[in-house]
Ligand binder design. Sequence first.
Ligand code: ADP
Ligand code: MG
Length: 310
Amino acid sequence: MRKKIVLALGGNALGDNLAGQMQAVKQTAQAIVDLIAQGHQVVVTHGNGPQVGMINLAFEAAARTEAHTPMLPMSVCVALSQGYIGYDLQNALREELLSRDMPIPVATLITQVEVDANDEAFRNPTKPIGSFFSKDEADALTKQGYTLKEDAGRGYRRVVASPQPLDIIEKETVKALMNAGQVVITTGGGGIPVVREGHHLRGVSAVIDKDWASARLAAMIDADMLIILTAVEKVAINFGKSNEQWLEKLSLHDAERFIAEGHFAKGSMLPKVEAAASFARSRPGRQALITMLSKAKEGIEGKTGTIIEG
Ligand code: ADP
Ligand code: MG
């Protein structure tokens, strides 16, 4: 059956440096085109941890030189990472499609995601970004409006909030491209976080979790399936312990219970299971799948991975 799929790529689909990314996107493109070849409509999203770190670091380093290059707001760093990752990914996809005689257009969409200025995440920013600063540098940056926190005796680091995604600003464009049979790469790095001020969208210093943003997008474009591709084939309970158990199916009820029992690590598997469950819960018939890139095709056929459904 032909499905509308949002495919969220994890860090291992993209590598963690320039050469690594060039190489990784080739395999990633093969796996994605396998799904398109089966007749599925695929919208691609992705993470950006190493890339946004690299971009932020480069501008931080430049800000410390005589040139006085300004530090970039996090929203701008995310926008740059969408462009950079999208550039490699769309070219790898184009090449793979053409090599299989499937001349389907591919494009990357700079995508903004609305967050609530009153999201409680802004009151307690927790996500560390970029390099370490001395106390003096930290004081100077604090005066400029940045939030810095001491990080385990290693110095000061910028921290940003991780608010919940509310709206995908460019969702109609995503739908139009998808409905025209084109492949679109969107909501990269969880999207550029913005708050609405009338007609103005103001970029804010935050990073949105890519799994949550992908689940939001999937609901908004009325996808049938959200596939979160990561480094493990299935979700486990008692992960890493002697009684570890890999799950093939996860009901919404069990997902809630296992979350409460602390089976999923914060910042890695927890947001995936929560986001997958929120999508599956959003409408009857919607399914989420968590598996690894090389197993995506088998996963859709129900042969592997962890399926989360109502
Ligand atoms: P991504 O870049 O794909 O978002 P993450 O590193 O954030 O990847 O999350 C995936 C990782 O979560 C897995 O590689 C695994 O090591 C870890 N993990 C934590 N808890 C679990 C669990 N209960 N079951 C499976 N994997 C888990
Ligand atoms: Mg992650």
